[in-house]
Ligand binder design. Structure first.
Ligand SMILES: Cc1cc2nc3c(=O)[nH]c(=O)nc-3n(C[C@H](O)[C@H](O)[C@H](O)COP(=O)(O)OP(=O)(O)OC[C@H]3O[C@@H](n4cnc5c(N)ncnc54)[C@H](O)[C@@H]3O)c2cc1C
Length: 457
């Protein structure tokens, strides 16, 4: 049987310590957001790029499908496996190989945890700017493969913008080492982009060179109330223009999300009244406090904010962020469906109204919490309706209004299996055909993360 042949060959080549089977596989959680366990014929816990390559050579020879696993914090079912798949887990390839303080780069193995990389950079007075709620569990390989966004995109861009080079193992086991360390390198195609955001479907990322920044010398954090949607965009423009490029977060919460995360049993205290329709958590890294206060004063005078608090200590700053990160409160009333959509900010108010109108028509009762990285045009919607069979109807309410405004069904979480049926709503047939051409060129047998994002040719 081919199953036994592949597992046997993997054990023979890599050693039993490297290859989990049976209960050692089935007892492992399928992901941080999931209640089930991993279904796969084996998990290869590779210790080096060479071992990933050896494993892929064996799988390629046997037409064996493979799914790469990082921290399993992804939100779109991109790392789900079938019982016949082999998992290659990067959990043991977690070394920070080098922090180069002069050239401001970090060279890391792809299983390194994001928070560990942040802390290693900080020890050298530097910053790796990627930051998201899953920082303590997600891996840089997963961040690269999903092109993760997070809280500082408005200032530093997505993961794609922080990767200078990488190493990947292709479907046939070929190792492509492209560990560029320079900010500028236009010598031919920039191959790293094939692997950033392709959700493990074109290759397995094994190492990466990351761009580090100087650690900002200050961090000003504010929380403001806003009484009209149109003022959110004006406030963003004013603050960004006046703060001289230091704006690093502009996170918006609709009233019901704010009320939810600041009312018991949630542990956060409301820093300002719960009566305003919108709230914004604003952070400026490297701005001086007087300038920030002056800009906030101007926003008051112009009527763009109606209430505000300024974090006076690190504890207060963390309390403001804890409120924003307390997304789990949305799940406390029952089953929910989470969305991650993007659009131009100018379209956002009408979009939200269209979603609400659709939900009003479709359901007698529902919950809809809205928050997100508004500065990046990215909203998260968490919808709660009773009955799993209603999922498709909710998805239609959220996704259909995106089409006429050129929005995207995935701002930062990727496509995986969850958004696969909706990819064609925001990508043209020609774009999807080109994705298929790339997939066929790099993985003609369709072995890497099969069935995710789109169906191969
Ligand atoms: C509390 C919380 C908050 C979050 N907030 C955000 C947020 O603000 N923004 C955001 O973008 N995401 C967010 N996420 C989602 C998640 O953390 C990211 O998608 C993250 O990048 C996934 O990394 P991972 O290591 O867990 O990858 P996994 O979940 O293990 O895998 C994700 C995908 O990447 C592939 N993959 C993993 N490692 C490799 C590799 N080495 N080579 C090739 N393919 C690989 C997998 O096959 C799969 O397709 C959040 C998650 C949590 C738990």
């Amino acid at each position: 049987m081919s199953e036994d042949i592949v597992v046997k060959a993997l054990i023979e080549r890599l050693g039993a310590d490297c290859v989990l089977t049976g209960d050692d596989v089935h007892s492992r959680s399928a992901g941080i957001w999931r209640s089930d366990t991993i279904q796969a014929k084996a998990i290869v816990r590779a210790r080096s790029t060479e071992e990933v390559s050896e494993a892929m050579k064996i799988c390629h020879a046997h037409d064996q499908t493979v799914v790469a696993h990082g921290g399993l914090t992804g939100l779109v079912k991109a790392s789900l496996t079938a019982p016949d798949d082999v998992v290659i887990s990067l959990e043991r390839m977690n070394a920070i190989e080098e922090i180069d303080a002069v050239n401001r780069t970090a060279t890391v193995q792809s299983g390194a945890i994001l928070q560990t990389i942040q802390e290693a950079a900080e020890e050298q007075g530097l910053m790796f700017p990627l930051d998201l709620g899953g920082r303590g569990s997600c891996t840089i390989g997963g961040n690269i493969s999903t092109n993760a966004g997070g809280n500082r995109v408005i200032r530093y861009g997505m993961t794609r913008d922080m990767v200078l080079g990488l190493e990947a193992v292709l479907a046939d086991g070929t190792v492509v080492t492209s560990l560029n360390q320079m900010i500028k390198n236009n010598a031919g195609y920039d191959l790293k982009h094939l692997f950033v955001g392709s959700e493990g479907s074109l290759g397995i990322v094994t190492r990466a060179v990351l761009r580090l920044r100087e650690m900002p010398t200050s961090r000003a954090t504010m929380f403001v109330g806003v009484d009209e949607f149109a003022k959110l965009g004006q406030l963003l423009k004013l603050i960004d223009a006046e703060l001289g490029g230091t704006l690093s977060a502009f996170e918006v919460m609709w009233n019901n999300f704010y009320t939810l995360v600041t009312t018991e049993p949630a542990k956060n205290q409301p820093p300002i009244s719960q009566e305003y329709p919108y709230y914004v958590l604003i952070e400026a890294m490297g701005a001086n406090d007087e300038l920030v206060e002056a800009v906030l004063g101007r926003a008051y005078e112009e009527g763009l904010v109606v209430d505000a608090v300024f974090a006076q200590s690190e504890a207060q700053r963390q309390a403001l962020w804890a409120m924003r990160d307390d997304v789990e409160q949305c799940f406390r009333y029952g089953p929910t469906i989470s969305f991650d959509v993007s659009m131009r900010i100018s379209c956002m108010e009408d979009y939200v109204q269209a979603v609400q109108a659709g939900m009003d028509d479709a359901f007698d009762e529902y919950r809809l919490f809205i928050f997100g990285h508004l500065g990046d045009g990215n909203l998260h919607l968490v919808a709660g309706v009773d009955g799993a069979e209603k999922r498709e109807l909710v998805e239609r309410c959220v996704y259909a209004p995106l089409e006429p405004i050129g929005g995207s069904v995935s701002a930062e979480h990727g496509v995986g299996l969850e958004k696969k049926p909706y990819l064609a709503m925001c990508r043209s047939p020609e774009e999807i055909d080109l994705m298929r051409t790339l997939k066929t060129a790099l993985d003609p047998k369709g072995l890497l993360n099969p069935g995710k994002i789109f169906d191969a040719a």
